[in-house]
Design a protein around this ligand. Sequence first.
Ligand SMILES: Cc1cc2nc3c(=O)[nH]c(=O)nc-3n(C[C@H](O)[C@H](O)[C@H](O)COP(=O)(O)O)c2cc1C
Length: 155
Amino acid sequence: MTKKNNEALRKAFSMFSTGITIVTATDKDKNPIGMTVNSFSSVSLDPPLVLWSIGKKQPSYESFLDAKGYAVNILSNKQIKLCNHFASSLENKFDNIDWKLSKNGFPIIADTLAWFDCVKWNDYAGGDHKILVGEVTSFDLNDMEPLTFWNGQIS
Ligand SMILES: Cc1cc2nc3c(=O)[nH]c(=O)nc-3n(C[C@H](O)[C@H](O)[C@H](O)COP(=O)(O)O)c2cc1C
């Protein structure tokens, strides 16, 4: 497809409304890493599996691929600032953020709608992305409203 068609395709993909998550892990020096992600999806109940996809050009790509798993933090409609913060390539993204480590050793962000602590199940080829499937080993949820993404708009 031409570049113009790519833009049209991106726009068409954005017609599917999603929630917004921050996926976290730790790098080889045990520093927390995290990025805003809307490609999250539940996959299976038995075994309990989820997936998301990471762009191969993301600065944190190698660190996420090397990690033993990840945590998915689903954002509430009060967390738009967190969404924008983790969608940027800042250093020390976790400074001034309220978080703790999960049992698997991945950052769980405070006051989210839900979180899933996952160990790596498998990685799959996905064009210019890699699809990371994780097995959920623990989770929690709260009674709040979601942050959503549709047509490039966060609300
Ligand atoms: C709403 C939203 C959803 C996003 N979803 C994804 C995604 O599913 N996969 C991905 O690789 N990047 C996604 N991004 C882009 C990353 O969050 C962004 O490039 C981030 O800076 C990557 O973190 P890093 O620079 O620490 O690697 C999304 C951004 C936004 C605003």
